[in-house]
Design a protein around this ligand. Structure first.
Ligand code: ADP
Length: 456
């Protein structure tokens, strides 16, 4: 920007100098042209007068010069030798041969010339003519106006330059102040986001808007990254905690066995049973963690038409042993087809129905209800208090560890939500403590509903 301003400054100065030079040249040209006309007409009259003159040449030269002072009149031979001069001592004068106006006069023309006279210290306009064989008459007229004009213009241009310098420097300083202030705005935008201010130069507005847009995106990306990092840290801490509890228990019982502290066969059996169940718990955590990470890393799901009733039937068959242990009746209500990934639908139903059995009551029921574009897994189990509902889908969130008999990891529902979102579906929960819970998954895609009821 500084370089650009400097270029503008140099161009402005150059243009001003050029304009001044042109106007000076025009002024001189027109003034000199007037003088030239006058001098040529004086030369014509003087030539005619000379032919009838009865004076000696020196007196005659003075007479002619007196007509329009400060005219200078010179008579010379074609060799350049000065015969008479109205302004000086002829004997002290140089030979005038070789002067442009004299040369032209010798060729029979009216010679003219404008040049600086170092003897008179002023610009002189000369005109010469051959008036008789071997005799040349030359008139000279000082053009003082050129010197004056040059001095006046010189001073004028110098003053103009100084004024221009001051004005341009001031405006450059003002411009750089505005730009520095704008840079501050940009810094604030980058740090805090928000709306861009009006640009000091309209050309900068698109760039400023662009910066504001990118700053907003950067800030929201940063928030997302911070949130993800926080989740990751929490995840690592929770996962470590979930693994440490069973490990501590295993260590304790193993030491008891090692040091012979379990005396009776019953005590030893208890130790081994506990170690085994804790190992199973750890395995459950590891499997859930692996499944979650697999789910998060997976690319887009392969979407197809899924017969949900058929998938639900497979899930019920897989969970039969657990359901049988609690004498829970499982059945499917309705039928539907959704556009989704079949494997994900199986995983979602397996997790929800597994929970329904785990938190279901002895001799209760679990229904997989297929209605419109919503799959609901309904149970008549222990239910969940209202304050827990908003947190259920968070990683490692458990309502009360004593309720799951050590079998839960707190990851099942977060896996369900991730899988559902991958398939463009939404998960909801409704529950009443002591009455039961309903977990529902609603798909965006239109579902094929037949309304059939089928038992498992
Ligand atoms: P977990 O592996 O501990 O079951 P989830 O993420 O699947 O973890 O569930 C989180 C919590 O929600 C569980 O600790 C449990 O208390 C509660 N929960 C989930 N499903 C049900 C249900 N059908 N009935 C009652 N509580 C449930």
């Amino acid at each position: 920007m500084k370089r650009r301003l400097f270029r503008i400054y140099v161009t402005a100065v150059a243009l001003t100098a050029l304009m001044a030079f042109l106007s000076l040249a025009l002024l001189i040209f027109f003034r000199v042209d007037d003088q030239r006309e006058a001098l040529l007409s004086a030369l014509e009259s003087a030539s005619a007068w000379t032919i009838d003159a009865h004076d000696d040449l020196q007196t005659h030269a003075r007479r002619i010069a007196e007509v329009s002072p400060p005219l200078r009149v010179t008579f010379m031979l074609d060799s350049g030798l000065v015969l008479a001069d109205s302004a000086g001592d002829v004997l002290a004068m140089d030979d005038h041969f070789g002067r442009p106006e004299v040369e032209a006069a010798l060729r029979g023309e009216i010679g003219e010339s404008l040049r600086f006279s170092s003897t008179q210290n002023v610009y002189m306009l000369y005109a010469a003519k051959q008036i008789a064989p071997h005799v040349i008459l030359r008139l000279a007229y000082p053009i003082e106006m050129i010197t004056h004009a040059l001095i006046t213009y010189g001073i004028g241009i110098a003053l103009l330059f100084v004024a221009l310098q001051i004005i341009l420097r001031r405006s450059m300083r003002r411009m750089s102040e505005l730009l520095v202030a704008q840079m501050d705005d940009v810094r604030v935008l980058l740090e805090d986001g928000g709306e861009p201010k009006e640009a000091v130069f309209p050309e900068l507005q698109p760039a400023l808007d662009n910066i504001a847009y990118r700053a907003r995106r950067l800030n929201s990306d940063m928030e997302e990254i911070t949130r993800t990092l926080k989740l990751r840290n929490n995840f690592v801490a929770n996962a470590s905690h979930e693994l440490r509890s069973p490990l501590t228990s295993i260590m304790g019982f193993a030491e008891m066995l090692d040091e012979g502290l379990a005396d009776t066969p019953e005590e030893r059996e208890l130790c081994v049973k506990t170690i085994r169940s804790e190992c199973e718990r750890m395995l459950g955590v590891v499997e859930d963690v692996l499944q979650l990470s697999r789910t998060e890393r997976q690319g887009p799901p392969s979407i197809e038409d899924v017969d949900v009733a058929a998938v639900a039937g497979e899930v019920i068959r897989a969970l039969e042993p657990q359901a049988a242990r609690k004498d829970i009746d499982m059945y499917i209500k309705g039928a539907m087809t959704v556009r989704a990934c079949e494997k994900d639908v199986w995983e979602i139903l397996h997790n929800l129905a597994g929970n329904a059995i785990r938190y279901g009551r002895q001799g209760g029921m679990v229904c997989i209800d297929l209605d419109g574009s919503t799959i609901s897994v309904v149970d008549d189990g222990i239910g969940i208090a209202e304050e827990h509902l908003p947190h259920l889908f968070e990683q490692f969130y458990r309502v009360d560890q004593s309720r799951d008999n050590g079998g839960g990891t707190g990851l099942g529902l977060s896996i369900v939500r991730t899988l559902a979102e991958r398939n463009g579906a939404r998960v909801d929960v409704a529950s009443t403590p002591g009455t039961g819970s309903t977990f529902s998954v609603t798909f965006d895609q239109p579902a094929d509903e037949t309304g059939k009821e089928a038992g498992a």
